[in-house]
Design a protein around this ligand. Structure first.
Ligand code: CP
Length: 343
């Protein structure tokens, strides 16, 4: 049987995703299991984390397994990724050895590797994650690189809980860019487009100017998803029109792709759009929408205290669901039988 990774939700069928969500709901009702008894996962963090690290470590523990956290370049050797590199720089070992050695020790490998933020043409190749998937002989899980599939599952689980069904067709979904003082990763925004269209919602990507439109790869995938699952995808730069009638508002900040690596040039544009903050007035335009965010979130920059503390905010539910969906994914990958993921 070919090795199955979890690099993107696009590689998994809707039936498989639905089964994972059902399994996650079962884990939410009953946290402790033996699905990972005697199994282990290596979690490689090239970037900071609070939720991902905590929920994966605890999730493995709650299913009888063990997690090893490694931070290459900090508490583990710096790694080279280029094929054929003459390794006379900082890196002490090549991903070919790291992935192969870890595969002899553990049953799963998770990788968080954000873009370098210098050249999007390079970063969009997702080479760190792809290299681990190439050389590992155990399943590799994306812990956020240029997409964030675990966040996607937690997000759609929170929406399904709110609306009482995984049939989200006909819901107006707004993915809104927000201001942030730094240019951030597009991963969660890319992921929001993928999962919202996968579940048939009518999606509007709201951003201040065309420079903030996301990579064509994800727009095209979202359009294909929408065509297949009965939803739609629109791009808007009109705050009021985008919010009006929405059922879901999902917020994220990201850096403008044309300015990748030239952030001093992007900053004056970004600074003009502090008004993209999610506030009570904008939420009042919606059709009683729920609000969410992947977290971490800067209060009163991305969303106001009033929105974050309102009953419309499901960001904490979404964060909790990271634990449950990741247990479902780990259990499915170690069993090698996604068809039984629904349990
Ligand atoms: N949402 C998320 O992935 O959180 P962390 O960056 O804290 O892991």
């Amino acid at each position: 049987m070919p090795l199955r990774h979890f690099l993107t939700t696009q590689d998994w069928s809707r039936a498989e995703l639905d089964a994972l969500l059902a399994r996650a709901a079962a884990f939410k009702r009953s946290r402790i299991g033996r699905e990972l008894a005697g199994k282990s996962i290596a979690l490689l963090f090239f970037n900071s984390s609070m939720r991902t690290r905590t929920s994966f470590e605890l999730g493995a523990y709650q299913l009888g397994g063990h997690a090893v956290v490694l931070q290459p370049g900090k508490d583990a050797w710096p790694i080279e990724f280029a094929a054929g590199a003459v390794m006379d720089g900082e890196a002490e070992e090549h991903v070919a050895e790291v992935a192969r050695v870890l595969s002899r020790y553990v049953d799963l490998i998770g990788v968080r590797a954000f873009p370098g933020f210098r050249d999007w043409a390079v970063d969009r190749e997702d080479r760190v994650l792809r290299a681990f998937a190439q050389y590992a002989s155990v399943p590799v899980i994306n812990l956020e690189t240029i997409t964030h599939p675990m966040q996607e599952l937690a997000h759609v689980m929170a929406l399904a809980e709110h609306f009482g069904t995984t049939d989200l067709r006909g819901r107006k979904y707004v993915l809104t860019w927000t201001y942030h003082p730094k240019p951030l990763n597009t991963a969660v925004a890319n992921s929001a487009l993928l999962i919202a269209t996968r579940y048939g919602m009518d999606v509007t990507l709201l951003c201040p100017t065309p420079e903030y439109v996301l990579d064509q790869r994800y727009l095209e995938a979202a359009r294909r998803n929408a065509a297949e699952h009965g939803g739609s995808l629109a791009i808007s730069h009109d705050l009021e029109a985008a919010y009006r009638g929405a059922h879901v508002v999902y917020a994220k900040s990201w850096g403008a792709l044309p300015y990748f690596g030239r952030w001093d040039e992007e900053r004056p544009i970004r600074e003009k759009y502090r008004n993209f903050i999610v506030d009570k007035a904008k939420m009042a335009l919606t059709d009683g929408a729920v609000f969410s965010h992947c977290l971490p979130l800067r209060r009163n920059v991305k969303a106001t205290d009033e929105v974050m503390d309102s009953s419309a905010c499901i960001a904490i539910d979404e964060a909790e669901n990271r634990l449950h969906v990741q247990k479902a994914v780990m259990a499915a990958l170690v069993s090698g039988d996604e068809a039984t993921a629904g349990g």
